[in-house]
Design a protein around this ligand. Structure first.
Ligand code: AMP
Ligand code: ZN
Length: 136
């Protein structure tokens, strides 16, 4: 399989690693949105949130929490975004699950990718009902 993050996890190509354990790896994003932007991945290949199991995703979040704390101490950002994109429609470009940690500063140039606007309360309830019926 031709997957760049599998290649990084298998040490076939280099990356600026910041943390590694049995099943999880974290490394710096090569095109950082802000200084300190890093990615947490499972070493095993999962395409995205629709493919990964909850236990592995939980481990990634655990490491993400540890690294957020390290970023906070090291870089003193004003905030931090977690981002996980699944499928092209949601901005995914590398199809191996990854969690972005993006430190934020009040005066940085990043913007929210949607415009918050008042929703229709009935429509919101209808959609919630549809989702509720499929929780396993
Ligand atoms: P996404 O759009 O959520 O799929 O994000 C993919 C991310 O992977 C982007 O932010 C890229 O800059 C980053 N990326 C792609 N190739 C590499 C690489 N070889 N090393 C580090 N980061 C990478
Ligand atoms: Zn992969």
């Amino acid at each position: 399989m031709d997957c760049i993050f599998c290649a990084i996890a298998g040490n076939a190509i280099p990356a600026t690693k910041v943390y590694e354990e049995d099943q999880i790896l974290a490394f710096m994003d090569i095109n950082p949105a802000n200084p300190g932007h890093l990615l947490v991945i499972p070493k095993r290949h999962y395409r995205n949130i629709f493919d990964i199991d909850a236990e592995t995703a939980g481990k990634i979040m655990q490491v993400g929490t540890q690294l957020a704390s390290a970023i906070k101490t090291a870089l003193n950002p004003d905030g931090l975004n977690l981002l996980q994109s699944s499928e092209s429609a949601a901005f995914q470009t590398v199809f191996h699950f990854h969690l972005h940690l993006i430190p934020r500063w009040e005066d940085d140039t990043l913007v929210l990718p949607w415009k918050p606007q008042q929703g229709d309360i009935n429509q919101i309830a209808e959609v919630a009902d549809k989702i509720r019926q499929h929780i396993q």
